[in-house]
Ligand binder design. Structure first.
Ligand SMILES: [Zn+2]
Length: 169
């Protein structure tokens, strides 16, 4: 089932999410719905708070569903190591129509649990590292807008307020 993606201004996007302790059917359904919602958007990553659920679950597919075998579901993901920093352009399904350059680590090590609760880990770099950082931030109520310069952030916020006044947000 495709769920509604919340946009900037929704309180769920600025709330710290709770860990998953019970890998029940509800979580499995949520993960499947999130994948469906992400592909429909379309996007390459989605975090549960973006569909209004403050639980530590993210889905990723860097191919955007174009290729099989790229789909990943991560419960309780945690960045345990990080190295370097590089700038790259990011957008977010919850901030539609905007992008900005964000500084992220070059390499990260991430631990998580799969949908059955089994521990997993990966060394990631490049776009995968960036996407993981972006989605994991969502679980802590952080948007990429929180990482950019005050000037650029104010500019985007002003444009969003203008859209809101016009009923377009
Ligand atoms: Zn996002």
């Amino acid at each position: 089932m495709i769920r509604t993606i919340l946009i900037y201004g929704a309180p769920e996007l600025q709330t710290k999410s709770s860990p998953i302790t019970d890998f029940n059917d509800e979580i499995k359904t949520l993960a499947q719905d999130m994948l469906e919602t992400m592909y429909a958007a379309p996007g390459i990553g989605l975090a549960a708070p973006q569909v209004g659920i403050n639980t530590r679950l993210i889905v990723l597919d860097l191919s955007g569903g174009e290729e099989v075998g790229h789909q990943v579901i991560l419960a309780n993901p945690e960045i345990t190591e990080q190295e370097g920093s590089e700038k790259g352009e990011e957008g977010c399904l919850s901030v539609p129509g905007f992008t900005a350059v964000v500084e992220r680590p070059v390499k990260i090590h991430v631990c998580w649990q799969d949908i059955e609760g089994c521990p997993q880990e990966i060394d990631a770099e490049g776009l995968l590292a960036r996407a993981l950082c972006h989605e994991i931030d969502h679980l802590d109520g952080i948007l990429y807008l929180d990482h950019i310069s005050l000037l650029k952030r104010d500019l985007i916020r002003r444009k969003i307020r203008k859209k809101a006044r016009a009923g377009e947000w």
